[in-house]
Design a protein around this ligand. Structure first.
Ligand code: APR
Ligand code: PHB
Length: 394
């Protein structure tokens, strides 16, 4: 039976040290608001996860406000457009000309490291390997978080809990199910991703619609590429030796791209299922759900991290107002403000996925996709709507 430790008082308990949890912790720390971060995994495990890498301007600005942008400002790649590949040709969406904005390509893995380094450098700590995290008294005068660490039960008493613990975390599950509405779409395919230390096939991202399925050419730097292909949900990574991956992606790209693609041994390969998921509301009493704990989008368009950062901004502004003036007005708006953006990104990610992926062998459906892609060549209005959603709201 583990020993019982002290009750520690803090202002905000943050469950989860992914990008949502650590970004919130950094912003709160800089505003003089005390927090404790609990993470069930080790730092090494959290930093080994490979995720998307396209940042909206609003996300970059928030990382700057949090004081964690020095590497991002130096190494981030500024992109003013991307390519759509279909019908053996390409069409460029010039996001800079259409919106006046750009996106920054910088891997989430690097952001995760930057956040953890900055947190440590500020003298703050993350309780890694916190086990059996339990949330309690969420509608009481003070919330409680219990967890096991170093062989003892620990307890936090706090004003608020930020549930930043991802889709499988404990926070959402701590809300009585009758108080939530959950919406979900599972897609009938997955993404097989491959990381390779070779120059990317193109300076910009290439999203390809092909009758064999979707493909994406992305990058992490001038010498590191990130590629994806749509695969079956039943596939295992072992079904895809490197040679099969390279053959397949080249078949899905227009000829000149396939011909010049540099291929070599993968340094990472993984399969992710695709899901749309939204929980509403994103608050229950003193608990606020943030990022993947509240919503998941398919990766087409790379909105996941940007949505998480947008939630963090709204919650941070509410907490800062509360601790400055005692007013809960902004905190009371958290769920509705966050959900407005979440639903728009859910719509956009679903639409972009539907435009570019193979859902069935139905030739009619594929012809409609090609017609919609071709319409982007001719319609500035359609291209502009696409670009506005791609760069995101500020
Ligand atoms: N107790 C403590 N920590 C937990 C628990 C728990 N019970 N359950 C999960 N966690 C931790 C996970 O180990 C993980 O490190 O919470 C963290 C959640 O991090 P993410 O899943 O990365 O979620 P979030 O920080 O909201 O980041 C959203 O990540 O998944 C991508 O596309 C998504 O880019 C978006 C971003
Ligand atoms: C990535 O680089 O991992 C990436 C880029 C764009 C996306 C999804 C993922 O839409």
């Amino acid at each position: 039976m583990p020993l019982r430790g002290w009750v520690v008082k803090t202002q905000v308990a943050i469950v989860g040290a992914g990008p949502s949890g650590l970004l919130l912790a950094r912003l709160l720390d800089r505003a003089g608001i005390r927090s404790v971060v609990l993470e069930s995994r080790t730092r090494a495990y959290v930093e080994a996860r490979i995720r998307a890498g396209v940042l909206e301007e609003g996300t970059v600005n928030l990382l700057r406000e949090a004081g964690v942008s020095s590497r991002l400002d130096q190494d981030g790649l500024r992109h003013g457009g991307f390519e759509l590949a279909f019908a053996n040709g390409t069409h460029r969406i010039d996001i800079e000309a259409l919106t006046g904005k750009h996106v920054t390509v910088y891997g989430q893995t690097e952001i995760q490291k930057d956040l953890a380094d900055a947190h440590l450098a500020a003298g703050a700590q993350v309780q890694y390997e916190a086990k059996q995290v339990q949330l309690d008294q969420l509608t009481g005068t003070a919330a409680r978080v219990r967890y096991q660490a170093c062989g003892a039960w620990q307890e936090l008493e706090c004003d608020f809990i930020a549930g930043c613990d991802g889709f499988h975390g404990v926070s959402r599950q701590s809300i009585p199910v009758e108080r939530l509405r959950q919406h979900e779409r599972i897609y009938p395919f997955g993404w097989l991703g491959l990381l390779v230390d070779l120059p990317p096939v193109s300076k910009e991202l290439v999203y390809a619609n092909h009758e064999r399925g979707f493909a994406l050419c992305s990058m992490r730097s001038a010498t590191r590429s990130r590629y994806y292909i749509q695969c079956s949900v039943e596939d295992q990574v072992t079904d895809w030796p490197d040679s099969r991956f390279w053959d397949e992606i080249r078949m899905r790209l227009p000829e000149p791209y396939a011909a010049r693609m540099a291929i070599g041994p993968a340094i990472e390969k993984s399969i992710a299922p695709l899901r749309s998921f939204v929980t509403e509301p994103m608050r229950y009493g003193r608990l606020f759900l943030v990022g993947d704990a509240a919503h998941i989008v398919p990766p087409t368009g790379a909105k996941g991290l940007n949505l998480a950062a947008a939630d963090v901004r709204v919650l941070y502004e509410g907490l800062a107002e509360f601790y400055a003036s005692g007013s809960q007005a902004l905190l009371d708006e958290y769920s509705s403000r966050a959900l407005a953006r979440v639903w728009n990104a859910t719509r956009f990610s679903w639409w972009f996925t539907a435009l570019t992926h193979k859902f069935s062998d139905d030739a009619f459906a594929h012809r409609l996709q090609l017609a919609e892609l071709d319409n982007l060549r001719h319609s500035t209005a359609a291209s502009q709507a696409f670009a506005e959603n791609y760069v995101g709201q500020l």
